[in-house]
Design a protein around this ligand. Structure first.
Ligand code: SAH
Ligand code: AVI
Length: 336
């Protein structure tokens, strides 16, 4: 990767760098401002879920992964632990490029399998959450001394760049079911970018949360300790910090429900009383009491829905591996 492309990535992402508080007033985050303006003027108010993830948001997500109700992380971890020691040497993976890497807690299973096979050359974790990503990268450098770790701060809904000099075969990993947080057209655009970056020997490893009993899914997004509610409200703190807005997070209730027609969880923030929110650069945005704002979708899949996304992106399912209870699946994708 060139130095200029690194600078570009940093400029694109920018959200929670140490100077952000100062910068919010001197030079607003124009991309965020434009997305927030568009989302809050739509008939159904909506904000992009990538804005959950400042450092605190990333920590709250880590807390979610440990909740008894939140089954996806522990199910995917068990699948990875059982399968990677066999799959990685089969693929001969020399580089792991991970989209939305977060803490890379589960990625260590893949990296350890690469190390065991003697092919652990490069790890490229990509994430919007800049300070959290750098913390992850520092830890991994300590844990895997022979491995080159090249973090990239980037918004994967916009761009994906293939690092220059990438060793092959490379494995593009997109874990956790995060693909579900993208509307299908955006998911197809994202997978198409991965497909364009891939060479014939490379593979995609995708984690998808599966369709199942609605109560089980809804419980995962309405935990009894209120961590998901805090994660949801954190987006308003991110906006206040980045844009200088004056959302009162305590005035908004957390709402999460499954929408069977579209096979997705929707998360909303709903003010119990009318709100007038001032957002510099946008103006005053009014919320009626009970008027919801959608903050996230989390699409649930089956083999057919993944095959359809893959086909639209020029990929095919090479291996489909659900856990024994069919809660979550790992999918290996290859070029068509
Ligand atoms: N892969 C980890 C983390 C999942 S949480 C796991 O499976 O546990 C989703 C991660 O994707 C977060 O770290 C978040 O910061 C990142 N993310 C969300 N939207 C993104 C975007 N548009 N571009 C880059 N990273 C994004
Ligand atoms: C990151 N992503 C896959 C999580 C999900 O389950 O959709 C984010 C999340 N939202 C609420 N809880 C967890």
């Amino acid at each position: 990767m060139t130095e200029s492309s690194r600078t570009k990535w940093a400029r694109i992402a920018g959200a929670e760098r140490p100077d952000a508080a100062m910068r919010a007033y001197r030079r607003p985050n124009l991309r965020m401002l434009a997305e927030v303006a568009a989302g809050l003027s739509a008939p159904q108010k909506e904000l992009p879920p990538k804005y959950f993830y400042d450092h605190r948001g990333s920590e709250l997500f880590e807390e979610i992964t440990r909740l008894p109700e939140y089954y996806p992380t522990r199910t995917e971890r068990a699948l990875l632990a059982a399968w990677m020691p066999e799959l990685v040497p089969q693929l001969g993976t020399r580089a792991l490029i991970e989209l939305g890497a977060g803490s890379a807690e589960k990625s260590r299973i893949i990296l350890s399998a690469m190390q065991e096979a003697g092919t652990a050359d490069l790890y490229v974790p990509i994430d919007v959450s800049a300070s959290f990503l750098n913390q992850t990268a520092s830890r991994l450098r300590r844990e895997y001394p022979g491995l080159a770790v090249e973090p990239v701060v980037a918004d994967i809904s916009e761009e994906l760049e293939r690092p220059r000099g990438l060793p092959h075969p490379a494995l593009y990993a997109f874990l956790g079911g995060t693909i579900g947080n993208f509307y299908p057209p955006a998911a197809i655009r994202l997978l198409s970018r991965v497909r364009v970056a891939m060479e014939a020997r490379d593979r995609l490893l995708l984690g998808v949360d599966l369709r199942k009993d609605v109560n089980r899914i809804e419980a995962a997004y309405n935990d009894s300790q209120g961590v998901t509610a805090a994660f949801n409200r954190n987006m308003l703190l991110v906006l206040n910090h980045e844009l200088g807005s004056d959302f009162d997070p305590s005035a908004f209730e957390h709402l999460a429900f499954y929408e069977p027609r579209t096979h997705r969880i929707e998360m909303h923030l709903v003010p119990s009383t009318a709100q007038e929110v001032r957002i510099p650069g946008i103006g005053v945005v009014s919320f009626a009491a009970g008027e919801s704002m959608r903050t996230e979708i989390s699409c649930k899949h089956d083999r057919g829905s993944v095959a359809a996304l893959f086909a639209a992106a020029g990929l095919r399912i090479e291996i489909w591996k659900p856990d024994p209870d069919a809660l979550f699946a790992l999918v290996v994708g290859a070029l068509v």
